[in-house]
Design a protein around this ligand. Structure first.
Ligand code: LLP
Length: 431
């Protein structure tokens, strides 16, 4: 399922999400428009929490803010009892301004600035996930200066990198992220001499849009073994094991992404087995999903502004957005699925390529999609755009980023304003 769970076709033949007619939303808020279905978001949060808590009580799900971060969204996550994975001062600041529980914040990043580290310590971020020895040294200095304690996890490079349908166990040692397995005990040992830096555990993240569960099992094994080694070599106890995010979602409508429940079943049982094997005393299990919480809750609504048939070659329909609101097709050749929201019941008649409006010939959102005969003025709804669309959006061609509405029970709530021309020149310094 690549659509929000509340998605349906109403009696006007229009697509509806969260009880709101997408054609009506387009008229009210303009296009392009990001639409987020609150029911889908909350139900994914609950699914994650229940699937893990029911199998292993000492577990915590933290939402990877990089997938989609704004005040309203992090508030929902906090309200659902999820912790937050932040990867910049900006994401941390958003969580702070949204009055989230900062004690459940895990601060990631391979090159956090001293300023960001200071802010994290000052504002009371729960954990810092230390990526490297330079950061550890900086954190030692900062906590001494501030006289404040901080709990840390070390990010480990497990030598595994996984993607959809594949995983590679060797050859991924070459990564800008994390400390090598060989150096983990040394890093943990250094904290023994630090007054304010407290070693709490290990973290790894093996990739994104992953469909296979087996690489996670290999990762759990590696982290469990390292925790054992750290205890033997330094006497330090590993109280938290964070296995990162990465669970894939269905973009096309036919991709077979594992369910949260089956993912939990396999990872938790392997986690328990690994903890027994290495005599670890029920450490906390942490997960950091981003895409699989928010991805399918999002739909982007566009207006078709031109249709161009190049006889014998291709038919193009251009939308009023594209690579600046969704850079994933041009960056990763990502595939999306869509419907005409204003004629949702009509039979598919032709193959078209949905082009964006930006000055780059690669700006194509969807290549060769089957749709009813597309006309200027049609409203196109693209599915699965909740994750890594707004968060990676740009102002290319000085086009403002779209507005975002949260929909629930027929009520749309504006949670991000559309960027105006004045917003675009806000930071220009007039000379
Ligand atoms: N934890 C860490 C440390 C991460 O680096 C990431 C994602 C996550 C958790 C969340 O992963 P997720 O559950 O969302 O897969 N821009 C790319 C995705 C980059 C993911 C980076 N890290 C895309 O659009 O596909």
């Amino acid at each position: 399922m690549n659509q929000p769970i509340t998605s349906k076709i109403n009696n006007k033949g229009h697509l509806e999400v969260g009880g709101c007619d997408l054609v009506g939303l387009a008229a009210e808020f303009g296009t392009p428009l990001y639409v987020i279905d609150e029911t889908t978001v909350r139900s994914r949060c609950r699914e994650y929490k229940t699937a893990f808590k029911n199998r292993y009580d000492n577990s915590q799900v933290i939402y990877a803010c990089k997938a989609l971060c704004n005040t309203a969204i992090v508030k929902i996550m906090n309200n659902e009892g999820l912790g937050l994975d932040v990867s910049s001062g900006g994401e941390l600041y958003t969580a702070k301004k949204a009055n989230c529980n900062l004690n459940s914040v895990y601060f990631h990043g391979n090159n956090k600035s001293k300023k960001e580290l200071e802010e994290a310590v000052e504002w009371g971020a729960g954990r810092i996930v230390v990526d490297n020895f330079d950061e550890l040294r900086n954190l030692d200095e900062i906590t001494k200066k501030l006289g404040k304690k901080i709990d840390i996890l070390f990010r480990i490079n497990p030598g595994i990198e996984a993607h959809t349908h594949e995983f590679i166990q060797t050859g991924r040692i070459d990564s800008k992220f994390g400390i090598s397995k060989e150096k983990a005990a040394e890093a943990a040992g250094l904290t023994r001499k630090m007054t304010y830096v407290n070693y709490l555990g290990l973290h790894a993240h093996i990739g994104s849009q992953i469909f296979e569960v087996s690489p996670y099992l290999a990762e759990i094994e590696i982290l469990g073994r390292l925790a054992d080694q750290i205890r033997t070599e330094t006497g330090l106890k590993t109280e938290e094991i964070d296995i990162g995010g990465g669970l894939g979602i269905d973009y096309s409508g036919a991709d077979e992404a594992p369910s949260i429940d089956s993912f939990a079943e396999r990872t938790v049982s392997h986690f328990i087995k690994t903890c027994k094997e290495f005599k670890l005393n029920d450490p906390k299990l942490i997960l950091e999903p981003g895409r699989s919480v928010i991805g399918t809750a999002g739909v982007t609504v566009y207006t078709i502004g031109m249709v161009k048939d190049i006889p014998g070659v291709r038919k193009y329909a251009a939308v009023d957005g594209g690579m600046s609101d969704n850079p994933r097709p041009i960056l990763y050749d990502a595939k999306y699925d869509a419907l005409l929201a204003n004629r949702a019941r009509e039979t598919k008649k032709e193959k078209v390529t949905i082009a964006g409006r930006f000055c780059e010939s690669g700006d194509k959102l969807i290549k060769d999609i089957e749709l009813p005969e597309v006309k200027v003025g049609d409203i196109l709804a693209v599915f699965g755009t909740g994750a890594y669309n707004y968060s990676m959006a740009s102002n290319y061609n000085r086009v403002g980023r779209p507005a975002m509405v949260l929909v629930n029970n027929g009520i749309p709530t504006l949670i991000l304003k559309r960027e105006s021309y004045d917003d675009l020149i806000l930071n220009d310094v007039v000379i």
